[in-house]
Design a protein around this ligand. Structure first.
Ligand code: 0X9
Ligand code: ZN
Length: 438
């Protein structure tokens, strides 16, 4: 077993990736300023050395990957027989103690290291640019679009929602079938903001297209591209990305962040989530402890017509459906069939691999298990481009935006179409059954 001092020496060479915040969140783009109400977090107590490195583990099956996730490893890359991800030295030690074979521990690989956001990644939208784009879309199509905030983050930013619905504005009630698209539960997954944002733009700009017009006239669509804007802003708040995953909660021990996708109530506190605040998969002090997850909860519970939701993440190119917190298939056979048909259809459209979430690894407290388990909302996680860290990992660069948006257009239309009754997918119905590829 490798001694911890050697591990510490290896980790010392890690650049600032994953470091806790060291300054405010408006430093990277000229002309952007933080709202006065948002205070700059004080310097962290957590030195970068404790924040971890890149670990490769022997793991050929979901059970082993789940053990790794439970030990606190944030799993990011899946290879035949192996899995790799970020881990603190303590999480590596827990993985070893749980019997896992650690193949290597070292600095974060070059492609996973931070790069400039505003430079060649300038086309990505930061918080202010995202809000401005949403505002502009609402202004362009006031007959169908309205912009509203579903709540505030821990640092006081608005969680913006664009609603496309012909007969209801903002948070008012509609009888049309509801569907929601969300992005950026995880801060460093910037493409997961771009995809719902730019797909919303495409819907608005193509609203006269007969197929799009029919869907817009008959559905209640909500797009929430930045569930975790604090984390997203922090990630791009200096010349280099911070490789930050969680929100910006200052934990009692001085570490920063709760993993919002471990903070929902379904199975909260179980496998694949960490009880330790320092870990990337920290579940929070209780289910729905975070204002961001509370806002999503209130949004979903206030929307009785919601039948379907899709939460975009990056990366690995996967189409995932419940359960993620256990290996059990969902009990409702008709719904399971519908999930399976839709997953394979959307896998075909995107080239992504369809599977039950727990086939990847078991993780408790995620949005989709809660939305399905508690509210019967057909719920999806897409892991977007790229396939691996060697293609750019969390930071695939600006060219990935257009191709990923394009790949996700038809699945969006397909889900919107099926939102009136997702179960009809089990009969092979849905837009893709009769519309040509575009
Ligand atoms: O771990 C997550 O929250 C998601 N992956 S990510 O790399 N974007 O962090 C996947 C959630 C899917 N759910 C389960 N595997 N249970
Ligand atoms: Zn994610």
């Amino acid at each position: 077993m490798r001694s911890l001092p050697l591990l510490a020496a290896l980790l010392l060479s890690i650049p600032r990736a994953s470091a806790a915040p060291d300054h405010g969140f408006d430093g990277h783009a000229a002309g952007r300023s933080a709202p006065a109400s948002l205070e700059t977090p004080p310097a962290p107590k957590t030195p970068a050395i404790e924040k971890g490195g890149w670990v490769v583990l022997e793991a050929g099956d979901s059970k082993t990957r789940t053990t790794a996730a439970t030990a606190g490893v944030s799993l990011e890359e899946f290879r035949p027989g192996q899995v790799a991800g970020f881990a603190t030295p303590a999480a590596v030690a827990r993985a070893r103690a749980a019997g896992l074979k650690v193949l290597s521990v070292g600095p974060v690989p070059p492609s996973m290291r931070p790069r400039d956001f505003p430079g060649k990644d300038a086309p990505y939208h930061n918080f202010a640019e995202t809000a401005a784009e949403l505002r502009s879309l609402a202004g362009k199509a006031p007959d169908i679009a309205s912009l509203f905030s579903i709540g505030k983050t821990i640092q006081g930013r608005d969680i913006w929602a664009l609603r496309l619905c012909p007969d209801a504005q903002a948070a008012s009630v509609s009888r049309k079938p509801g569907i929601a698209f969300m992005g950026m539960h995880h801060a460093r997954e910037h493409l997961s903001n771009e995809v719902p944002l730019l797909l919303a733009k495409r819907l608005v700009e193509n609203r006269k297209d007969p197929e799009v017009a029919r869907l817009l006239a008959s559905r209640d669509i909500t797009i929430i591209p930045m569930v975790n804007p604090d984390g997203g802003e922090y990630d791009v708040s200096s010349d280099t990305y911070h490789m930050h995953r969680k929100n910006m909660r200052r934990n009692d021990d001085g570490t920063v962040g709760v993993d919002l996708n471990r903070n929902y109530a379904w199975g909260w506190g179980g496998e694949g989530a960490s009880p330790y605040p320092i870990d990337d998969t920290y579940r929070g002090s209780s289910a729905f402890s975070e204002p961001e997850t509370k806002a999503i909860k209130a949004f979903i519970e206030g929307k009785k017509n919601l039948t379907t939701l899709l939460s975009y993440h990056t990366f690995s190119e996967l189409v995932l459906y419940p359960w993620g917190g256990s290996h059990e298939p969902i009990a409702d056979k008709n719904a399971l069939k519908a999930y399976q048909v839709m997953a394979s259809e959307m896998g075909r459209m995107t080239g992504y691999t369809p599977m039950q979430s727990s086939g990847l690894y078991v993780a408790t407290g995620d949005l989709t298990d809660w939305a399905w388990g508690e509210h019967g909302v057909f719920s999806w996680t897409f892991e977007l481009t790229p396939k691996s860290m060697w293609d750019g990992g969390f930071y695939p660069g600006a060219p990935a935006i257009a191709t990923t948006v394009q790949a996700n257009w038809r699945p969006m239309l397909y889900l919107i179409d099926l939102a009136d009754d997702p179960r009809r997918a089990a009969q092979g119905l849905g837009l893709s059954a009769f519309a040509p590829s575009r």
